[in-house]
Design a binder for this molecule. Structure first.
Ligand code: R1P
Length: 272
């Protein structure tokens, strides 16, 4: 954790912003389209921000978009960093640290994930109620800065119950049927084998992906309230007899674009 680098990044971004963002959004594979809904957008390419890594995955544009969404000041990451891209955990989670310095108090984390729960269908939206860190490491390993967060953070409410309740209410009002479950974070970049999916189901996982968990750990460390939404882009291996592809992931997120957009916009508009 390099607080000098964090401050330099935040200062640079702040110098470009007009308002102070209270809500952060991390937009997963194929879900970056939400940033296009931001009014009076200020676009800041990751490349231009001191100390920011670069996005290398297709479906991840690699820029920050700040402005107003449904009347609220937000800052969105159109594309995130993944451990499998070769970034260290502190790099993967660096933008969350910077968001906190910018004033973000609530973080909406989204991702494309494989469905493990056999009741799910591709295109379902799942509220993340909890996660399993299956990445074999943790972004908080290393010296701890007590001014930023505690050495041993509580993770029992990493996903805010209040925000979950709020999101469920929004879904009801939109007459949108949504799922809720446990997200398993794997490192990737391989998709899971059928045997691994079976194991993850036994362990209590409902959806699996290669992101989100490190970001949420760091957000919890700093006391940011998190709401997580997975777009079930395909059923994980072993459920259907077909190979998995990133193309399919992107196609499904495009198919559910409208539901996803109205859901997130409603959540943001009526945030408590
Ligand atoms: C695999 O298709 C990619 O989609 C998901 C996986 O984590 C992986 O990066 O992306 P996001 O989690 O960034 O949405």
């Amino acid at each position: 954790m390099n607080s000098k680098a964090m401050k330099e990044s935040a200062q640079y971004i702040e110098s470009k912003l007009e308002g102070k963002p209270a809500i952060g959004l991390i937009l997963g594979s194929g879900l970056g389209v939400l940033a296009e809904e931001i009014e009076d957008p200020i676009v800041i390419p990751y490349k231009s921000v001191p100390h920011f890594p670069e996005s290398t995955v297709s479906g991840h544009k690699g820029q920050l978009v700040a402005g107003r969404l449904e009347g609220k000041q937000v800052i969105a990451m159109q594309g995130r960093f993944h451990f499998y891209e070769g970034y260290r955990m502190d790099q993967v989670t660096f933008p969350v640290r910077v968001m906190k310095l910018l004033g973000v108090e609530e973080l909406l984390v989204t991702n494309a994930a494989g469905g493990i729960n056999e009741q799910f269908e591709p295109g379902d939206l799942m509220l993340i109620e909890d996660h399993i860190n299956n990445m074999g490491t943790n972004p908080l390993i290393g010296p701890n800065d007590e001014e930023i967060g505690p050495r041993f953070p509580d993770m029992s409410q990493a996903y805010s119950r209040e925000l979950l309740k709020h999101a469920r209410k929004c879904a009801e009002e939109l007459d949108l049927s949504i799922q809720q479950g446990v997200y398993v974070g794997n490192t990737g970049p391989t998709y899971e084998t059928g045997a691994e999916v079976k194991m993850l189901r036994t362990l209590g996982g409902d959806a699996v992906g290669m992101s989100t968990v490190p970001e949420v750990i760091v957000a919890a460390h700093m006391g940011i309230k998190v709401l997580g939404i997975s777009c079930i882009s395909n059923m994980a291996a072993g459920i259907l007899d077909q190979p998995l592809s990133h193309q399919e992931v992107i196609e499904t997120t495009e198919r559910v674009r409208q539901d996803f957009l109205s859901f997130v916009k409603k959540i943001v508009k009526t945030l408590p």
